[in-house]
Structure formats: C-alpha cells, structure tokens
Design a protein around this ligand. Structure first.
Ligand SMILES: O=P(O)(O)OC[C@H]1O[C@H](OP(=O)(O)OP(=O)(O)O)[C@H](O)[C@@H]1O
Ligand SMILES: O=c1cc[nH]c(=O)[nH]1
Ligand SMILES: [Mg+2]
Length: 207
C-alpha cells in the first residue's frame, strides 16, 4: 500500500499548531484547513489531466483541467473541517458524506449517515478524515465505497497511527494514504500518541 508522508516545513508547522493543546478551536480549524490544502495538493499531483486549447490575450496555448474529478467524502464529524477547503481546490468535485462515531469502549465505529452516489466505478475518491487510529472507521468507509464499485481511493489523513496503516494494508482494500505524519503508536484508550487528542472535539467541542 502506498503511504505518502508529506514532509514539508509548512505541513509540519500547521500540524504542530494542531497538536499543541493550547490551540483553541478556531485556530485548530484554520490550521486543519491549511493542512488540507497541502495534503490535497500532494494527493492530486499525479491526477490525470485533460488538455484543451485556450486563447490567452496574446496567443493560443494548451489549457488543463482534471480529466476525472474525484468524489470527495468527508467522514463526519471531524472530516467536515476538511470539506470546504477540499471543495475550494476542486470546485467541480461532487461530495458524498459518511457519518461515524467511534465507541470509545469497544473502539468500533457506529455508523449514523451514509449519503453516497450509487455507482463509483471509474471515479477516483478522496476520503477526508483527520485521524487514522485503529483504522476501523476508514475500513468501514472504504468498504462502503468499494461496494459501489470504487477502485481508486485515497485517504487524506492529517495523522495516522502505525496500527491503522497496518489494518488498512491487511484489509486488501484499494487505497493509498496521504498524511502529514505516521505517529508512534496508539495508547490503551485507542488515541494516537503523540497525536492531537480528539479531532472532532477540538474542532467542534466535546459531545
Ligand atoms: O481509526 P479509528 O480508531 O476508527 O478512529 C478514527 C476515527 O475517530 C475519529 O472520529 P470519532 O469517532 O471520534 O467521531 P467524531 O469525528 O464525531 O469526533 C476520527 O475522525 C476518525 O473517524
Ligand atoms: O487520537 C485519536 C484517535 C481517534 N480519533 C481521534 O479523534 N483522535
Ligand atoms: Mg471524535
């Protein structure tokens, strides 16, 4: 499985803002948006482009656009904080939604929303979720996508745990991961260490 860690000074700086326990919700959301921009920029580096002639005020030249715009799928709640920024970068993209809440005792994802196009064959998908911890939520989400024919899925995750990366790899699902960091480990409560805490709570407040 392809895991791309975007190792760039600006990525590290935004991630540090998100990790810092002193960062308030508004600053956390702003850093997440900026980080999302950089991760999507990297994730789409090899996207197929269509070429069509355009006229500048001076001459005729080649114009470029994405040949096959992806479906964007934020995983609620925390992934919502990445959705608008991703859409600004790829305004022609369609958006689907998955809602999951991890049971903090069993660490199993509890689904509460699924709003996705019926046919995803021949369409790239970008899944937006800041956190890949045990990998349970991501495996559930990608299974919903492959059930609809998706075969080209990229998980855009601010942070990943080695355990989650391994789980995705062992699932055999057609996915690659683009992240700002693969951290050390999960703790006994299933939180990423050093991590950044509960991403959804830090964006929107504790539930
Ligand atoms: O890899 P996993 O062990 O499944 O954990 C990762 C999930 O946990 C967080 O969501 P959470 O369940 O806290 O919901 P929230 O976004 O509403 O806070 C995060 O946004 C992922 O979806
Ligand atoms: O560290 C973690 C693990 C799962 N979900 C989060 O929001 N944070
Ligand atoms: Mg949460």
């Amino acid at each position: 499985m392809d895991v791309r860690v975007v190792d760039h000074p600006l990525v590290k700086a935004r991630l540090s803002t998100m990790r810092d326990a002193r960062t308030n919700s508004a600053a956390f959301r702003a850093a997440l948006q900026e980080l999302t921009l950089m991760l999507i920029y990297e994730a789409t580096r090899d996207a197929e482009v269509a070429v069509e002639p355009i006229h500048t005020p001076v001459a005729r030249t080649n114009g470029y656009r994405l040949a096959n715009p992806p479906l964007l799928v934020p995983v609620l709640r925390a992934g919502l904080g990445m959705a608008d920024q991703a859409h600004r970068l790829i305004p022609e993209a369609q958006m689907g939604f998955v809602g999951l809440a991890r049971d903090e005792e069993t660490l199993q994802p509890t689904p509460y929303l699924e709003s996705l196009p019926a046919d995803l064959s021949d369409r790239p998908v970008l899944v937006l979720d800041p956190m890949l911890a045990t990998g349970g939520s991501m495996v559930h989400t990608i299974s919903l996508l492959t059930d609809r024919g998706a075969s080209d899925v990229t998980a855009i995750c601010t942070l990943a745990a080695p355990e989650g990366v391994r789980r995705l790899e062992e699932s055999g699902l057609p996915v690659r991961v683009v992240t700002a960091s693969v951290d050390e480990r999960l703790n006994e409560s299933g939180f990423i260490v050093p991590g950044l805490g509960d991403a959804g709570d830090r964006e929107y407040g504790a539930v």
